[in-house]
Design a protein around this ligand. Structure first.
Ligand SMILES: NC(=O)c1ccc[n+]([C@@H]2O[C@H](COP(=O)([O-])OP(=O)(O)OC[C@H]3O[C@@H](n4cnc5c(N)ncnc54)[C@H](OP(=O)(O)O)[C@@H]3O)[C@@H](O)[C@H]2O)c1
Ligand SMILES: [Zn+2]
Ligand SMILES: [Zn+2]
Length: 354
């Protein structure tokens, strides 16, 4: 039982998706059983991630409805289990896309819980706790989960700003660091959205020169403000060609199934790295093997970040001033926010507020 409150709630009120194509509905749903490692949170904010939309739409496979999405969650701690030492009631806290892992596989033991290979990881929504209970995300009033994946928000960061670091922030920070982006690197960022606008800022803060690769001309000024030295409209073949063999890294946050692999891979220098974080709903097609070979390109994927990546990212953001550009919607207007998200309106992350 929790050490600090006798009235432990049994349910949450969440904006649940009940089927593809339907508006989210406010439903009362059960919270998991409170265990000694758990933390309860009164949710103040939750960012809207592209993954929420894929899941609402059953885009990656059937979603287990009713599903409360949202995995950029911040709030205030209202209860802690007796094993929890790093968080206390009243702390401002956050949780991202992962809420649990097996703790026993090679990945977990080496601090790479985000790639937990046991098949027993718990993601923040559309996933199960080890008890078999359903995990519900942040489009809600409350969240309960294992404290291992819960972080204290730095003192000089507000909850509304902190929220989006927990998915968009770490998903872009972790691979840019892993693949050695540094002074002298030249990084192309495909898709200037929630993930992309973080990627631009991280790469710049790591010392790199950054080029925005966008599907329209609409974000040119913003890209410059975010730190890009150049802006390329990806459908303009001549403009793309001018940048051939100039980039050391590309991070791709776009998720359209129609992707011009040859034109994009041609932008890389020999031994360049193409990091895919965007997750299209169809298998990748049209990747030219010859080009990969001749340029010796590393083509890789990356999934969110580990707890230590999240901690390190928060410290790096504090040092360098990297900060999301957000637009807030009241939680009750979540359906309007999703409609606007689908129309490509975020500049650059929508954050729901309770
Ligand atoms: N790997 C992971 O761990 C992980 C974590 C979080 C999210 N994701 C995935 O990453 C992807 C991006 O998520 P996000 O939250 O950053 O989404 P987002 O805010 O919608 O950004 C995606 C960007 O893609 C670009 N885009 C390219 N072609 C487009 C088109 N035809 N129509 C509209 N936009 C187009 C847009 O940027 P431009 O206007 O500049 O082209 C858009 O801003 C999603 O697939 C999501 O599931 C993966
Ligand atoms: Zn996400
Ligand atoms: Zn594991």
């Amino acid at each position: 039982m929790p050490s600090s409150s006798e009235n432990i709630p049994k349910s949450l009120n969440g904006w649940a998706s009940t089927g593809k194509g339907k508006q989210l509905e406010n439903l009362e749903l059960p919270l998991k059983t409170f265990q000694d490692d758990d933390v309860d949170m009164r949710i103040t904010h939750c960012g809207i991630c592209g993954s929420d939309i894929h899941t609402i739409d059953s885009g990656w496979g059937p979603t287990n409805y009713p599903c409360v999405v949202g995995h950029e969650i911040t709030g205030v701690c209202t209860a802690v289990g007796k094993n929890v030492t790093h968080i206390k009631v009243g702390d401002r806290i956050g949780v991202g896309a992962q809420s649990g892992s097996c703790g026993e596989c090679d990945d977990c033991k080496s601090g790479h819980e985000n790639t937990c290979s046991s098949g027993k990881a718990t993601f923040t929504y559309n996933s199960k706790w080890p008890t078999g209970e359903e995990a519900y995300g942040g489009y809600a009033d409350k969240w309960r989960g294992h404290s291992r994946f819960v972080f204290k928000i730095p003192e000089n960061m507000s909850n509304e700003i902190a929220a989006t670091f927990f998915c968009a922030g770490v998903t872009t920070y972790a691979p840019l660091k892993r693949y050695g982006v540094t002074k002298g690197s030249k990084v192309g960022v495909i898709g200037i959205g929630g993930l992309g606008h973080f990627a631009v800022q991280w790469a710049k803060a790591m010392g790199a020169e950054v080029v925005a690769l966008s599907h329209s001309d609409k974000k040119r000024e913003d890209a410059a403000k975010l730190g890009c030295s150049d802006y390329v409209v990806t459908s303009n073949k001549d403009e793309m060609k001018q940048h051939n063999s100039t980039l050391t890294h590309i991070i791709c946050t776009a998720y359209s199934s129609h992707f011009d692999w040859p034109a994009n891979l041609n932008l890389l220098k020999t031994n360049g790295t193409f990091i895919l974080v965007g997750l299209p709903e169809a298998p990748l097609a049209g990747i030219p093997a010859g080009l990969l070979a001749v340029r010796q390109i590393t083509l890789c994927g990356s999934i969110i970040g580990s707890p230590s990546d999240i901690q390190e990212m928060l410290e790096f953001a504090d040092k360098t001033g990297v900060k999301p550009w957000i637009q807030k919607y009241p939680m009750s207007e979540v359906n309007k926010a999703i409609e606007d998200f689908r129309e490509g309106k975020p500049r650059y992350r929508f954050v729901l507020e309770n």
